[in-house]
Ligand binder design. Sequence first.
Ligand code: ADP
Ligand code: MG
Length: 200
Amino acid sequence: MHPKEERTLVIIKPDGVQRSLIGEIVRRYERSGLKLIALKMFVPTPEQVMAHYLTDPDWKQKVGEKAIEAYKQKGQKVPSRSPQEIGEIVLNNLRKYLTSGPAVAMVWQGMHAVGVVRKITGGTEPLTSDVGTIRGDLTLDSYLVADTDGRAVRNLIHASGNAKEAEQEIPIWFVEEEILKYRLVGESILYDVNLDGILE
Ligand code: ADP
Ligand code: MG
């Protein structure tokens, strides 16, 4: 597979749809040069959410560890639960969050699609996501408030963590016929070895 064929899954979560940010979010990915090859709006089912987050057997552990590290970084009291227990609670809260209303799922394709999309999306916790990213600019939330209130961190977007994860996640949300194969004229400027044919 040529690097320009890399694919990644993006889901605008129900808070993103409710905040009327669909256009703004699509715009940010689109202008990077990546190609949109699938797009749809629907209400996620609990089964889809569970299948999605349980594709990686270590996900619960990693989510728990990441949350504990975030508390430490801020000098806050670390929760007494194990990473696995935190992961279990987060999964349950994510199921409620993602099935609460319409979401928009997309597949983006292009060189370094996974990394470029993660960069534009920003880190998991909006409080500490970089300025200039979707999560950093367009919403407000923290692990502390989400955990205190017993809900998932509301951060507008899901974006695949790596290329393998993306290829496992895409079939949970799309059937093959929904994913289009086509050429964008701008791709020749991004990928062709020689920029021939510009000057007349
Ligand atoms: P990302 O979406 O950045 O890849 P993760 O895969 O670690 O992040 O977590 C999936 C989602 O679960 C996050 O986007 C967020 O909505 C929620 N989440 C993660 N960690 C926590 C936590 N400690 N408390 C509440 N919600 C969390
Ligand atoms: Mg993730």
